[in-house]
Design a protein around this ligand. Structure first.
Ligand code: SF4
Length: 431
């Protein structure tokens, strides 16, 4: 029987059993060295087939120039997943163009990535959030869904180019995304004329709004036409000063751009920073090592024993502060809004994850932080290393995992994701 179809193997088992890839930095250096003299199509072709790249997806906005990479993909490997952020505030022309291109190009796995419906109901029930708080709106409709969608991939392809300037001026074909993923930029060295030539030479259909003065196309409420001589992106969030979509949370504070060092939590006692299979004590004065079956706490500094000794009350049994220290547990079905008036009195919230594929806990964390929760926020359950950066960006301070998972995913596998704060999360969504 094929290995991955054994009936007694859970999805988590199968994820953990994938052959390990070398650290991202090493693979990026090797890929850039190998392909530095190649052109865009060769880089795309190799990226889609090179085993060092791992599980790969193309993220596309189906915007003004997206057709170039979509066409290359359709020729080289049309079954590759294409992630399309359907914010539910796009132009009808974009949705029609997406359907038309998908059919014409024969793309076989276009995935429409929607915002979480519960989060939409809670945070933007009348679709007006973009008028009050654009960052919060982009977080809800773009950043959070993209992060969820990318959690199962090792690499993603973008359409970024050097001629777009700024931090892109020195763009390489392969980039290290916070030691967690590889970002491939096949068009890095193309000029504007190269893009136009490719579209014309291959007789590819343009987004209908290009002819109506939209050289860069995003959500309808935040995109306007551009006048002759204006920057291509002048019509995006016009007059607001906003340039990017991404945003994240650190310790309950909303952060734009790279995370400042002073926003990071104080170091906690670290028990495991090695690649042994069992947690071990690292320093003489550290918290005592956990029992073999005790859950392990994952922080940016390493594995730690659980230092929380107060009772944790399930939300269903909570009616108010339980003493000098209050801790609450919520599950995926719970509504964090029920805690709204008590948040200042709560010291810790433990958000339960029933399985690694259930992402509702990430939404709960963001909602709690948006509601102003400043206390300790913990994700608890079979969260895997791939999801650590997403957990931290969602506002969690730490992740509590079962001892068995800690043995099967030792600290070095988490360590690559623990560097999540070095990544300029803003840059990923500029498209
Ligand atoms: S671009 Fe505008 S409408 Fe779209 S998610 Fe961002 S703020 Fe909201």
């Amino acid at each position: 029987m094929p290995h991955d179809s054994a009936p007694d193997r859970s999805p988590l088992d199968r994820v953990l059993d994938l052959p390990p890839l070398a650290p991202v930095a090493r693979r990026v250096a090797s890929l850039n060295a190998r392909y530095r003299h190649h052109g865009a199509t060769a880089v795309m072709e190799r990226a889609l087939h090179d085993p060092e790249v791992g599980r790969i997806a193309l993220v596309s906005s189906f915007g003004a120039e997206s057709v170039v990479l979509l066409h290359m993909l359709s020729v080289m490997r049309p079954e590759t997943p294409v992630l399309f952020l359907e914010t539910e505030l796009l132009f009808p022309e974009t949705l029609a163009y997406q359907r038309d291109l998908t059919e014409r190009l024969g793309l076989r796995d276009v995935r429409l990535i929607h915002p979480d419906p519960e989060a939409l109901r809670a945070r933007d029930p009348d679709n007006s959030l973009h008028r009050r708080d654009m960052d919060a709106c982009c977080l809800l409709r773009k950043a959070e869904p993209l992060e969820r969608a990318l959690s199962g991939f090792d690499t993603w392809i973008t359409g970024r180019k050097r001629f777009q300037g700024g931090t892109r001026a020195a763009l390489e074909f392969f980039e290290n995304e916070a030691e967690a993923r590889i970002k491939v930029n096949p068009l890095a060295r193309w000029t504007k004329a190269d893009v136009q030539d490719y579209i014309q030479n291959n007789r590819l259909p343009r987004h209908p709004l290009v002819a109506r003065g939209y050289p860069s196309i995003g959500c309808a409420p935040c995109t306007s036409p551009v006048a002759e001589g204006e920057d291509e992106r002048a019509g995006r969030w016009r007059g607001t000063g906003k340039k990017e979509c991404g945003i994240h949370f650190v310790n309950g504070r909303m952060v734009r751009g790279p995370v400042p060092a002073d926003a990071m939590p104080a170091p906690r006692p670290v028990l495991v920073r090695n690649d042994e299979h069992a947690p071990q004590e690292d320093t003489a004065d550290a918290t005592p090592a956990p029992q073999p079956d005790a859950p392990v706490i994952v922080t940016d500094q390493g594995f730690a024993a659980d230092d929380w000794s107060h009772p944790v009350t399930p939300l269903a049994e909570f009616s108010g502060p339980t003493g000098p220290v209050t801790a609450i547990e919520i599950g995926p079905e719970d509504d964090p809004q029920l805690l709204a008036r008590h948040l200042p009195e709560i010291d810790m919230i433990r958000v339960r994850f029933p399985s690694f594929s259930d992402g509702r806990g990430f939404t709960h964390a963001r909602q709690l932080r948006l509601m102003g929760f400043q206390g300790r926020l913990r994700a608890a359950g079979p969260v895997i290393a791939d999801q650590y950066a997403m957990a931290r960006r969602s506002g969690f301070d730490e992740v509590e995992i079962p001892a068995e998972l800690a043995r099967r995913q030792p600290w070095p596998q988490w360590q690559r994701r623990a560097n999540w704060r070095a990544h300029d999360y803003q840059s990923r969504l500029r498209a």
